[in-house]
Design a protein. Sequence first.
Length: 336
Amino acid sequence: MKILVTGGAGYIGSHTCVQLLENGMDVVVIDNLSNSSEESLKRVQEITGRSLEFHKIDLLERAWLDALFRDHQFDAVIHFAGLKAVGESVQIPLKYYRNNITGTINLCEAMANHDVKTIVFSSSATVYGEPEQVPITEEFPTSAYNPYGRTKLFIEEILKDLYVSDKRWNIVLLRYFNPVGAHKSGKIGEDPKGIPNNLMPFISQVAVGKLKELSVFGNDYPTSDGTGVRDYIHVVDLANGHVKALEKLVGKTGVHTYNLGTGRGYSVLEIIKAFEKASGRKINYNITDRRPGDIAECYADSDKAHRELNWKTERGIDEMCTDTWHWQSMHPKGYE
Ligand code: NAD
Ligand code: WQD
Protein backbone atom coordinates (compact mmCIF):
# COMPACT_ATOMS: atom_id res chain seq x y z
CA MET A 1 0.00 0.00 0.00
CA LYS A 2 1.16 3.53 -0.76
CA ILE A 3 0.21 5.99 1.97
CA LEU A 4 0.30 9.78 1.97
CA VAL A 5 1.06 11.07 5.47
CA THR A 6 0.30 14.76 6.05
CA GLY A 7 2.15 16.24 9.03
CA GLY A 8 4.43 13.20 8.98
CA ALA A 9 7.47 15.08 10.32
CA GLY A 10 5.65 15.83 13.59
CA TYR A 11 5.53 13.90 16.81
CA ILE A 12 2.80 11.31 16.13
CA GLY A 13 3.37 11.38 12.37
CA SER A 14 7.05 10.43 12.59
CA HIS A 15 6.30 7.50 14.91
CA THR A 16 3.54 6.37 12.58
CA CYS A 17 5.89 6.51 9.58
CA VAL A 18 8.19 4.06 11.42
CA GLN A 19 5.35 1.60 11.95
CA LEU A 20 4.07 1.98 8.37
CA LEU A 21 7.52 1.36 6.89
CA GLU A 22 8.12 -1.59 9.22
CA ASN A 23 4.82 -3.06 8.04
CA GLY A 24 5.97 -2.92 4.42
CA MET A 25 3.98 0.12 3.32
CA ASP A 26 5.37 2.84 1.04
CA VAL A 27 5.25 6.30 2.55
CA VAL A 28 5.14 9.80 1.10
CA VAL A 29 5.20 12.62 3.67
CA ILE A 30 4.11 16.19 3.22
CA ASP A 31 4.68 18.76 5.96
CA ASN A 32 5.26 22.53 6.01
CA LEU A 33 7.66 22.04 8.96
CA SER A 34 5.86 24.79 10.92
CA ASN A 35 6.11 22.67 14.08
CA SER A 36 8.70 20.07 13.17
CA SER A 37 12.04 19.42 11.56
CA GLU A 38 13.05 17.29 8.58
CA GLU A 39 15.61 15.67 10.88
CA SER A 40 12.82 13.52 12.35
CA LEU A 41 12.28 11.93 8.94
CA LYS A 42 16.00 11.23 8.48
CA ARG A 43 15.87 9.38 11.78
CA VAL A 44 12.73 7.47 10.76
CA GLN A 45 14.75 6.17 7.80
CA GLU A 46 17.72 5.32 10.04
CA ILE A 47 15.49 3.36 12.41
CA THR A 48 13.71 1.39 9.71
CA GLY A 49 16.48 1.06 7.11
CA ARG A 50 13.86 2.06 4.54
CA SER A 51 13.43 5.27 2.64
CA LEU A 52 10.42 7.50 2.35
CA GLU A 53 9.67 10.44 0.08
CA PHE A 54 9.34 13.91 1.61
CA HIS A 55 7.88 17.08 0.13
CA LYS A 56 7.77 20.37 1.97
CA ILE A 57 4.20 21.31 1.09
CA ASP A 58 1.68 23.44 2.94
CA LEU A 59 -1.90 22.16 2.83
CA LEU A 60 -3.00 25.71 2.15
CA GLU A 61 -1.26 25.51 -1.25
CA ARG A 62 -3.84 23.70 -3.36
CA ALA A 63 -1.80 23.65 -6.57
CA TRP A 64 1.06 21.72 -4.93
CA LEU A 65 -1.38 19.16 -3.58
CA ASP A 66 -2.86 18.56 -7.02
CA ALA A 67 0.61 18.08 -8.50
CA LEU A 68 1.42 15.55 -5.76
CA PHE A 69 -1.74 13.55 -6.42
CA ARG A 70 -1.01 13.63 -10.16
CA ASP A 71 2.39 12.08 -9.55
CA HIS A 72 1.32 9.33 -7.13
CA GLN A 73 -1.45 6.79 -6.86
CA PHE A 74 -2.19 6.66 -3.14
CA ASP A 75 -4.23 3.92 -1.48
CA ALA A 76 -4.98 6.07 1.57
CA VAL A 77 -4.14 9.32 3.34
CA ILE A 78 -3.33 9.65 7.03
CA HIS A 79 -4.01 13.25 7.95
CA PHE A 80 -2.01 14.50 10.95
CA ALA A 81 -1.20 18.01 9.71
CA GLY A 82 -2.67 20.71 11.90
CA LEU A 83 -1.98 23.20 14.64
CA LYS A 84 -2.61 21.78 18.10
CA ALA A 85 -1.94 24.25 20.92
CA VAL A 86 -5.18 24.84 22.82
CA GLY A 87 -4.10 28.14 24.46
CA GLU A 88 -2.74 29.57 21.23
CA SER A 89 -5.98 28.65 19.44
CA VAL A 90 -7.86 30.94 21.85
CA GLN A 91 -5.46 33.81 21.04
CA ILE A 92 -5.41 33.35 17.25
CA PRO A 93 -8.56 31.42 16.34
CA LEU A 94 -8.65 32.44 12.67
CA LYS A 95 -5.20 31.01 12.09
CA TYR A 96 -6.41 27.71 13.56
CA TYR A 97 -9.61 27.65 11.54
CA ARG A 98 -7.78 28.50 8.33
CA ASN A 99 -4.93 26.09 8.84
CA ASN A 100 -6.84 23.10 10.16
CA ILE A 101 -10.17 23.42 8.38
CA THR A 102 -9.15 25.02 5.06
CA GLY A 103 -6.14 22.69 4.99
CA THR A 104 -8.41 19.66 5.36
CA ILE A 105 -10.85 20.92 2.71
CA ASN A 106 -7.97 21.44 0.26
CA LEU A 107 -6.72 17.95 0.99
CA CYS A 108 -10.14 16.37 0.49
CA GLU A 109 -10.71 18.27 -2.76
CA ALA A 110 -7.40 17.05 -4.11
CA MET A 111 -8.25 13.51 -2.97
CA ALA A 112 -11.68 13.63 -4.61
CA ASN A 113 -10.21 14.99 -7.86
CA HIS A 114 -7.82 12.06 -8.02
CA ASP A 115 -10.22 9.42 -6.81
CA VAL A 116 -8.44 8.71 -3.51
CA LYS A 117 -11.22 8.24 -0.98
CA THR A 118 -9.73 6.71 2.13
CA ILE A 119 -8.70 9.14 4.87
CA VAL A 120 -7.62 8.45 8.44
CA PHE A 121 -8.06 11.62 10.47
CA SER A 122 -6.32 12.58 13.74
CA SER A 123 -9.18 13.52 15.98
CA SER A 124 -8.98 13.93 19.72
CA ALA A 125 -10.65 13.11 23.01
CA THR A 126 -11.17 16.87 23.20
CA VAL A 127 -14.34 16.32 21.10
CA TYR A 128 -16.02 14.83 24.20
CA GLY A 129 -15.82 18.22 25.98
CA GLU A 130 -16.62 17.65 29.63
CA PRO A 131 -17.87 14.04 29.73
CA GLU A 132 -20.61 13.21 32.23
CA GLN A 133 -18.94 9.95 33.16
CA VAL A 134 -15.92 7.78 32.45
CA PRO A 135 -14.85 5.64 30.65
CA ILE A 136 -15.81 7.44 27.45
CA THR A 137 -17.27 5.47 24.55
CA GLU A 138 -17.52 6.64 20.96
CA GLU A 139 -21.27 7.19 21.43
CA PHE A 140 -20.83 9.93 24.05
CA PRO A 141 -22.13 13.38 23.02
CA THR A 142 -19.55 15.71 21.51
CA SER A 143 -18.84 19.36 22.19
CA ALA A 144 -15.90 21.73 22.19
CA TYR A 145 -14.70 24.50 24.46
CA ASN A 146 -11.95 26.14 22.47
CA PRO A 147 -11.13 26.88 18.81
CA TYR A 148 -8.68 23.95 18.59
CA GLY A 149 -11.35 21.52 19.80
CA ARG A 150 -13.86 23.08 17.44
CA THR A 151 -11.55 22.49 14.47
CA LYS A 152 -11.51 18.77 15.36
CA LEU A 153 -15.27 18.66 15.77
CA PHE A 154 -15.94 20.62 12.56
CA ILE A 155 -13.55 18.46 10.56
CA GLU A 156 -15.27 15.31 11.83
CA GLU A 157 -18.59 16.79 10.66
CA ILE A 158 -17.18 17.85 7.28
CA LEU A 159 -15.83 14.35 6.69
CA LYS A 160 -19.19 12.82 7.65
CA ASP A 161 -20.93 15.17 5.16
CA LEU A 162 -18.50 14.03 2.50
CA TYR A 163 -19.54 10.44 3.07
CA VAL A 164 -23.22 11.36 2.92
CA SER A 165 -22.60 13.04 -0.44
CA ASP A 166 -20.60 10.16 -1.90
CA LYS A 167 -20.78 6.70 -0.39
CA ARG A 168 -17.48 5.67 -1.94
CA TRP A 169 -15.58 7.56 0.80
CA ASN A 170 -13.93 5.62 3.58
CA ILE A 171 -13.49 7.89 6.60
CA VAL A 172 -11.69 6.79 9.76
CA LEU A 173 -11.88 9.13 12.74
CA LEU A 174 -9.31 8.20 15.39
CA ARG A 175 -9.87 10.01 18.67
CA TYR A 176 -6.56 10.04 20.52
CA PHE A 177 -6.39 10.39 24.28
CA ASN A 178 -3.06 11.71 25.69
CA PRO A 179 -0.12 10.57 23.53
CA VAL A 180 3.25 10.40 25.33
CA GLY A 181 6.51 8.46 25.12
CA ALA A 182 8.96 8.00 22.29
CA HIS A 183 10.43 5.33 20.04
CA LYS A 184 12.60 2.80 21.95
CA SER A 185 15.71 3.85 20.00
CA GLY A 186 15.57 7.34 21.54
CA LYS A 187 16.12 8.74 18.02
CA ILE A 188 12.68 10.33 17.64
CA GLY A 189 10.35 11.86 20.21
CA GLU A 190 8.28 14.89 21.10
CA ASP A 191 10.07 18.19 20.52
CA PRO A 192 7.74 21.02 21.48
CA LYS A 193 8.72 24.55 20.48
CA GLY A 194 9.07 26.89 23.49
CA ILE A 195 7.64 26.01 26.87
CA PRO A 196 5.60 22.81 26.66
CA ASN A 197 1.84 23.01 27.23
CA ASN A 198 1.43 19.31 27.98
CA LEU A 199 2.29 17.49 31.16
CA MET A 200 4.77 14.83 30.02
CA PRO A 201 7.13 17.05 28.00
CA PHE A 202 7.02 19.60 30.82
CA ILE A 203 8.02 16.97 33.39
CA SER A 204 10.80 15.63 31.20
CA GLN A 205 12.22 19.13 30.71
CA VAL A 206 12.20 19.63 34.49
CA ALA A 207 14.01 16.30 34.86
CA VAL A 208 16.68 17.26 32.34
CA GLY A 209 17.17 20.66 34.02
CA LYS A 210 15.75 22.85 31.24
CA LEU A 211 12.83 24.00 33.42
CA LYS A 212 12.90 24.66 37.16
CA GLU A 213 9.66 23.23 38.43
CA LEU A 214 6.31 21.91 37.33
CA SER A 215 3.09 23.68 38.24
CA VAL A 216 0.47 21.09 39.13
CA PHE A 217 -2.77 22.70 38.01
CA GLY A 218 -5.07 22.13 40.96
CA ASN A 219 -5.32 19.44 43.67
CA ASP A 220 -8.99 19.92 44.51
CA TYR A 221 -10.59 17.87 41.73
CA PRO A 222 -12.93 15.03 42.70
CA THR A 223 -10.24 12.41 41.89
CA SER A 224 -8.25 9.97 44.06
CA ASP A 225 -5.58 12.53 45.01
CA GLY A 226 -7.28 15.73 43.83
CA THR A 227 -5.16 16.16 40.66
CA GLY A 228 -6.41 15.72 37.08
CA VAL A 229 -6.70 12.21 35.67
CA ARG A 230 -5.94 11.39 32.01
CA ASP A 231 -5.53 8.38 29.76
CA TYR A 232 -1.88 8.49 28.65
CA ILE A 233 -1.11 6.32 25.64
CA HIS A 234 2.33 5.36 24.32
CA VAL A 235 2.88 6.99 20.93
CA VAL A 236 4.08 3.69 19.43
CA ASP A 237 0.83 1.97 20.46
CA LEU A 238 -1.03 4.93 18.97
CA ALA A 239 1.00 4.65 15.75
CA ASN A 240 0.12 0.95 15.56
CA GLY A 241 -3.55 1.89 15.76
CA HIS A 242 -3.14 3.63 12.39
CA VAL A 243 -1.56 0.56 10.82
CA LYS A 244 -4.40 -1.62 12.14
CA ALA A 245 -6.98 0.83 10.86
CA LEU A 246 -5.46 0.69 7.38
CA GLU A 247 -5.16 -3.09 7.44
CA LYS A 248 -8.78 -3.56 8.48
CA LEU A 249 -10.52 -0.69 6.77
CA VAL A 250 -8.95 0.05 3.38
CA GLY A 251 -11.58 -0.92 0.82
CA LYS A 252 -14.44 -0.65 3.32
CA THR A 253 -16.50 2.46 2.80
CA GLY A 254 -18.28 4.31 5.60
CA VAL A 255 -17.45 6.48 8.61
CA HIS A 256 -15.58 4.56 11.32
CA THR A 257 -14.90 6.21 14.68
CA TYR A 258 -12.51 4.80 17.30
CA ASN A 259 -11.14 5.88 20.64
CA LEU A 260 -7.44 5.19 20.98
CA GLY A 261 -6.53 5.11 24.66
CA THR A 262 -5.48 2.52 27.25
CA GLY A 263 -8.71 2.60 29.26
CA ARG A 264 -6.82 3.51 32.41
CA GLY A 265 -6.43 6.93 33.99
CA TYR A 266 -3.44 8.31 35.92
CA SER A 267 -3.35 11.43 38.06
CA VAL A 268 -0.74 14.15 37.69
CA LEU A 269 0.91 13.06 40.96
CA GLU A 270 1.03 9.43 39.76
CA ILE A 271 2.75 10.54 36.56
CA ILE A 272 5.31 12.55 38.53
CA LYS A 273 6.06 9.48 40.65
CA ALA A 274 6.35 7.18 37.65
CA PHE A 275 8.67 9.64 35.92
CA GLU A 276 10.89 9.99 39.00
CA LYS A 277 11.20 6.19 39.08
CA ALA A 278 12.01 5.96 35.36
CA SER A 279 14.54 8.79 35.33
CA GLY A 280 16.06 8.58 38.80
CA ARG A 281 15.59 12.38 38.94
CA LYS A 282 13.56 14.42 41.41
CA ILE A 283 10.72 16.39 39.82
CA ASN A 284 10.24 19.66 41.65
CA TYR A 285 6.65 20.76 41.64
CA ASN A 286 4.32 23.26 43.13
CA ILE A 287 0.53 23.09 43.44
CA THR A 288 -1.11 26.07 41.71
CA ASP A 289 -4.63 27.06 40.64
CA ARG A 290 -6.60 24.96 38.20
CA ARG A 291 -5.92 25.69 34.53
CA PRO A 292 -9.03 27.25 32.98
CA GLY A 293 -10.89 24.79 30.74
CA ASP A 294 -9.39 21.65 32.32
CA ILE A 295 -11.65 18.76 33.26
CA ALA A 296 -11.22 16.48 36.28
CA GLU A 297 -11.07 13.09 34.67
CA CYS A 298 -10.89 11.61 31.18
CA TYR A 299 -10.19 8.08 30.05
CA ALA A 300 -11.26 5.92 27.16
CA ASP A 301 -13.32 2.87 26.59
CA SER A 302 -11.33 1.47 23.65
CA ASP A 303 -13.15 -1.85 23.34
CA LYS A 304 -14.44 -0.96 19.89
CA ALA A 305 -10.90 -0.57 18.50
CA HIS A 306 -9.93 -3.81 20.22
CA ARG A 307 -12.91 -5.69 18.78
CA GLU A 308 -13.01 -4.27 15.28
CA LEU A 309 -9.37 -3.40 14.56
CA ASN A 310 -7.77 -6.12 16.66
CA TRP A 311 -5.73 -3.33 18.28
CA LYS A 312 -4.70 -3.05 21.88
CA THR A 313 -2.08 -1.13 23.77
CA GLU A 314 1.01 -3.01 24.90
CA ARG A 315 3.00 -0.36 26.76
CA GLY A 316 2.25 0.74 30.30
CA ILE A 317 3.02 3.91 32.21
CA ASP A 318 6.55 2.83 33.23
CA GLU A 319 7.52 2.25 29.61
CA MET A 320 5.92 5.57 28.60
CA CYS A 321 8.10 7.38 31.16
CA THR A 322 11.28 5.38 30.45
CA ASP A 323 11.02 5.99 26.70
CA THR A 324 10.24 9.69 27.17
CA TRP A 325 13.28 10.01 29.43
CA HIS A 326 15.52 8.07 27.03
CA TRP A 327 14.65 10.48 24.20
CA GLN A 328 14.85 13.61 26.42
CA SER A 329 18.18 12.68 28.06
CA MET A 330 19.75 11.75 24.71
CA HIS A 331 18.43 14.96 23.11
CA PRO A 332 18.08 17.70 25.74
CA LYS A 333 17.62 20.21 22.90
CA GLY A 334 15.30 18.02 20.83
CA TYR A 335 16.18 17.90 17.13
CA GLU A 336 18.19 21.15 17.29
P1 NAD B 1 2.81 18.01 15.64
O1 NAD B 1 2.70 19.49 15.69
O2 NAD B 1 4.08 17.39 16.13
O3 NAD B 1 2.56 17.49 14.13
C1 NAD B 1 1.72 18.16 13.24
C2 NAD B 1 2.52 18.40 11.95
O4 NAD B 1 1.70 19.06 11.01
C3 NAD B 1 3.75 19.28 12.17
O5 NAD B 1 4.88 18.60 11.66
C4 NAD B 1 3.45 20.56 11.40
O6 NAD B 1 4.63 21.14 10.87
C5 NAD B 1 2.49 20.05 10.33
N1 NAD B 1 1.56 21.05 9.80
C6 NAD B 1 0.76 21.90 10.48
N2 NAD B 1 0.04 22.64 9.63
C7 NAD B 1 0.37 22.25 8.37
C8 NAD B 1 -0.04 22.65 7.08
N3 NAD B 1 -0.91 23.63 6.88
N4 NAD B 1 0.51 22.02 6.02
C9 NAD B 1 1.43 21.04 6.19
N5 NAD B 1 1.86 20.64 7.39
C10 NAD B 1 1.33 21.23 8.47
O7 NAD B 1 1.56 17.40 16.41
P2 NAD B 1 1.25 15.90 16.84
O8 NAD B 1 1.25 15.86 18.32
O9 NAD B 1 2.10 14.97 16.08
O10 NAD B 1 -0.27 15.80 16.38
C11 NAD B 1 -0.64 15.24 15.13
C12 NAD B 1 -2.14 15.36 14.96
O11 NAD B 1 -2.78 14.68 16.05
C13 NAD B 1 -2.66 16.79 15.01
O12 NAD B 1 -3.73 16.90 14.09
C14 NAD B 1 -3.18 16.93 16.42
O13 NAD B 1 -4.20 17.89 16.53
C15 NAD B 1 -3.70 15.54 16.69
N6 NAD B 1 -3.77 15.21 18.12
C16 NAD B 1 -2.64 15.38 18.89
C17 NAD B 1 -2.70 15.09 20.25
C18 NAD B 1 -1.50 15.33 21.14
O14 NAD B 1 -1.68 15.48 22.35
N7 NAD B 1 -0.28 15.36 20.62
C19 NAD B 1 -3.89 14.60 20.80
C20 NAD B 1 -5.01 14.41 19.99
C21 NAD B 1 -4.92 14.72 18.63
C1 WQD C 1 -2.73 16.64 31.45
C2 WQD C 1 -2.99 16.86 32.93
C3 WQD C 1 -3.43 19.16 33.49
C4 WQD C 1 0.52 20.67 32.38
C5 WQD C 1 -4.43 18.39 25.93
C6 WQD C 1 -5.43 18.98 24.97
C7 WQD C 1 -6.16 17.89 24.25
C8 WQD C 1 -5.20 16.89 23.60
C9 WQD C 1 -4.12 16.44 24.53
C10 WQD C 1 -4.87 17.42 21.32
C11 WQD C 1 -4.14 17.82 33.22
C12 WQD C 1 -2.14 18.70 34.14
C13 WQD C 1 -0.58 19.85 32.62
C14 WQD C 1 1.20 21.26 33.49
C15 WQD C 1 -0.34 20.17 34.97
N1 WQD C 1 -4.49 17.48 22.49
N2 WQD C 1 -0.99 19.60 33.90
N3 WQD C 1 0.74 20.97 34.75
O1 WQD C 1 -5.17 18.95 28.95
O2 WQD C 1 -5.55 16.44 28.99
O3 WQD C 1 -5.13 17.57 26.86
O4 WQD C 1 -3.52 17.57 25.18
O5 WQD C 1 -5.92 17.05 20.87
O6 WQD C 1 -6.96 18.51 23.32
O7 WQD C 1 -6.35 19.78 25.70
O8 WQD C 1 -3.28 17.34 28.45
O9 WQD C 1 -0.91 17.20 29.06
O10 WQD C 1 -2.00 19.47 28.96
O11 WQD C 1 -2.61 17.89 30.79
O12 WQD C 1 -0.71 19.94 36.14
O13 WQD C 1 2.17 22.02 33.33
O14 WQD C 1 -1.82 17.47 33.50
O15 WQD C 1 -4.14 19.99 34.37
O16 WQD C 1 -4.78 17.37 34.37
P1 WQD C 1 -4.86 17.64 28.41
P2 WQD C 1 -2.11 18.03 29.27
